[in-house]
Design a protein around this ligand. Structure first.
Ligand code: APR
Length: 392
């Protein structure tokens, strides 16, 4: 077995792990990234698509914006199509000029990989049998087998569990140390990635036919979401039904049909662990919390955790101050709960106001009133826009 030593081992090369690794590199702190999948796999995985203003600002502050954001499209307007009628909300203007960027996750990941390697970062793909030990000691270890079958053991000061919901990090914490909070929103989302020109603005559509959304994913592709029963069967979604339902729900009879690249039923559930750390292990992003796609905050929370941890490790390594590391979990959980609330608020507003059978006639009217308030109250629109931008 090959014995190695570093300051931080980052487990997982998704948005969390790659952001953290780049920030540590920028701060001059040694780290090794250990990823289970191949480079192609992580660089092609299509999931999130919006980088909030705060997260983009963070890349600016760390001097990475030039390489990471590049030509990321900016969109300051959102469309709410209510019963087929367009209502535009100038979210960037409402948030004092703070706009979100349309940046599909695969582009963010590709750029973060390239930036890290360009800076001579140590990024290892195809690591199997990853195992974490001695987490409650001063020198925890990670062991894994590389693609050639050689075993490695890396000792470090800190472990960053950036390996997503199904990763090994959280499972390495002894039973009883973490409290888990879960919530099933009792809604399904059928999602389709298709070669269809993107909408003019990201669009949420509400009508008695149910909720649907149309978001840009690159110059020629779109991601669609359609509300469906929780345990819906994919086989029921024939191409004919997909386009028929989208045209109906988006109020867009001329929507062109395009090649369907991917379809899936998304679980609308939330999950949070508290605390987000154990001994020298710090959980980051999806390893610590899952948020529904409503509001597009999953990738942004991951970036926030990564920055908070990078700064805390920098304080510990550079100044010998471990207080920010002790505060890491509370700082990230504060933000996580705030955005869980935002996502839940939006989920209720946009689903309950659709098909009246979903929530019943009373909550249907409440949701319609909530939606209407976005267009009648500057305060309501301003708060919504601030949350979109990642402020507050
Ligand atoms: N060992 C090493 N790597 C692992 C292991 C393991 N045992 N298990 C999982 N991984 C890797 C996965 O292959 C993946 O590349 O960890 C990475 C985790 O990435 P994500 O699941 O994307 O999680 P995270 O980086 O926290 O991203 C969070 O980004 O995709 C958006 O909105 C989405 O909320 C999500 C956010």
């Amino acid at each position: 077995m090959l014995h190695e030593s570093t300051t931080v081992v980052v487990i997982g090369a998704g948005p969390s792990g790659l952001t953290l690794a780049n920030l540590l590199r920028t701060a001059g702190i040694d780290c090794v990234v250990v990823e289970r999948q191949t480079r192609t796999y992580v660089e092609q995985r299509q999931r999130a698509g919006v980088l909030e203003w705060r997260a983009a600002q963070m890349f600016e502050e760390w001097g990475l914006a030039g390489r990471v954001l590049q030509d990321a499209r900016v969109d300051g307007t959102q469309e709410f199509r209510i019963d087929g009628v367009p209502h535009l909300l100038e979210v960037a203007e409402r948030a004092g000029g703070r706009y979100a960027r349309i940046l599909p996750q695969q582009f963010l990941v590709q750029r973060l990989v390239a930036a890290f390697l360009e800076d001579k970062g140590d990024l290892r793909f195809e690591c199997t049998d990853v195992r974490l030990d001695r987490l409650d000691t001063a020198r925890p270890t990670v062991t894994y087998t590389d693609a050639e079958g050689e075993q490695h053991r890396i000792e470090a000061d800190y472990m960053a569990g950036c390996d997503g919901f199904h990763g090994v990090s959280r499972r390495s914490v002894p039973d009883g140390e973490l409290t888990t909070y879960t919530y099933d929103h009792r809604i399904g989302w059928f999602t389709v990635l298709a070669d269809v020109p993107p909408p003019r603005h990201p669009m949420f559509a509400v009508s008695t036919h149910g909720f649907a959304a149309h978001f840009p994913r690159g110059p020629r592709s779109s991601r669609f979401y359609l509300q469906c029963p929780m345990d819906d069967d994919l086989s029921g979604w024939t191409e004919e039904r997909i386009w028929e339902q989208l045209r109906l729900r988006l109020g867009e009879p001329a929507l062109p049909a395009g090649e369907v690249l991917e379809k899936a039923v998304v679980e609308m559930r939330s999950f949070v662990v508290d605390p987000m750390s154990y001994g020298r292990l710090f959980l980051v992003g999806d390893a610590a919390h899952i948020i529904t796609p409503m509001g597009g905050k999953g990738m942004n929370l991951a970036v926030f955790d990564a920055e908070t941890l990078a700064k805390a490790i920098r304080s510990a390594v550079r100044d010998g101050d471990e207080q920010p590391l002790r505060d890491y979990s509370a700082t990230c959980l504060d933000r996580t709960w705030s955005f869980q609330e935002y996502s839940r608020w939006m989920t209720e507003m946009l689903h309950d106001s659709g098909d009246p059978a979903t929530a019943g006639p009373f909550l249907h009217r409440i949701a319609r009133a909530r939606l209407k308030r976005l267009f009648t109250s500057d305060h309501a629109a301003g708060l919504f826009a601030d949350l979109q931008a990642g402020i507050g």
